[in-house]
Design a protein around this ligand. Structure first.
Ligand SMILES: Cc1cc2nc3c(=O)[nH]c(=O)nc-3n(C[C@H](O)[C@H](O)[C@H](O)COP(=O)(O)OP(=O)(O)OC[C@H]3O[C@@H](n4cnc5c(N)ncnc54)[C@H](O)[C@@H]3O)c2cc1C
Length: 259
């Protein structure tokens, strides 16, 4: 099997296919797979856990070999990587053909305001398709995650019933592969101050801006990522030394308690 793409879906399929006894080649355009999804620190650590597969980085797939069935993935330099099955996981685009772009302003998604209402009063958009200004990112984005779809559905339903509360939810996603759980919350901004918190079981990288947590990536460290989300939700100032110390209970020191 050849798996094309450097994100969560690709690595999850590669992991599952390998566990089922298949010979897997993972083809990634980037030098370090998963960097765009989890940042450089976590990507490097996860890269060391990719057991039992062949990883080819810095390669681009130009096409496929085979007449009646696929026999391989053809790279840009002409090399063919043999495969009976190829999985391409290189991103997605919302299908917007049924919406008039002049009316809805659609481009890469359906633009909505903070209550998820589109440019047309009474028409709302939520989930993967909705393009909104995320206060936790500070930019107009679309999130393709389960949590975003679930939480935006709540806000949109409330807005339809007259609730003025804006959409406000820390972005969060996860992945399980190669025996590892990875969680990403908030913004993975490589220009931010990055604080590593390494415990006996897992490791979390906290992304800080102006003394506040703006993002976190945890490997086998769900509890720390959850604490980071509470800190982001509350906009709580943190001490980087305390964040780095796995002996410090982050929730207790900040006084933040789960809702
Ligand atoms: C393989 C895969 C694995 C994933 N794994 C994870 C994960 O581990 N964690 C995570 O957080 N997220 C994951 N996601 C992303 C997550 O599934 C999506 O973010 C979520 O499903 C988005 O929900 P949604 O309701 O916005 O869109 P969708 O679930 O895509 O639902 C949209 C629905 O609208 C229908 N539709 C589209 N156009 C029209 C039309 N014109 N008329 C009528 N119906 C229409 C579609 O058929 C579809 O049923 C994964 C996605 C994929 C593809």
């Amino acid at each position: 099997m050849a798996v094309v793409g450097g994100g969560f879906l690709a690595v999850e399929v590669a992991s599952t296919a390998a566990a089922l006894g298949n010979e897997v080649t993972w083809l990634c355009r980037s030098r370090q797979p998963l960097t765009g999804t989890v940042g450089g620190h976590a990507a490097r650590e996860l890269g060391e856990r990719l057991g039992g597969i062949t990883v080819r980085t810095g390669v681009s797939v130009a096409g496929f070999a085979g007449r009646t069935a696929v026999t391989g993935a053809v790279l840009q330099d002409g090399e063919t990587v043999p495969a009976d099955v190829v999985l391409v996981a290189v991103g997605h685009r919302p299908a917007l053909g049924y919406l008039d772009p002049a009316v809805f302003g659609t481009r890469h998604g359906v633009p909505v305001d903070e209550r998820l209402e589109t440019a047309v009063p009474g028409v709302f958009a939520a989930g993967d398709v909705a393009s909104f200004v995320d206060p936790f990112v500070g930019a107009r984005v679309r999130h393709g995650t389960w949590r975003n779809a679930q939480e935006q559905a709540r806000t949109a339903a409330g807005a339809m019933l007259g609730d003025p509360a804006p959409y406000r939810s820390v972005p969060w996603s996860w992945s399980d592969h190669f025996g590892t759980n990875v969680q990403v919350a908030g913004q993975v901004d490589e220009t931010a101050e990055i604080v590593e918190r390494r415990g006996t079981r897992g490791v979390t990288w906290f992304y800080l801006d102006g003394g506040r947590v703006v993002g976190a990536v945890g490997i086998d460290a769900g509890r720390d990522v959850r604490a980071a989300m509470l800190l982001m939700e509350g906009g709580v100032p943190v001490d980087p030394a305390a964040v780095a110390d796995p002996a410090v209970d982050l929730r207790a020191t900040t006084g933040v308690t789960p809702a």
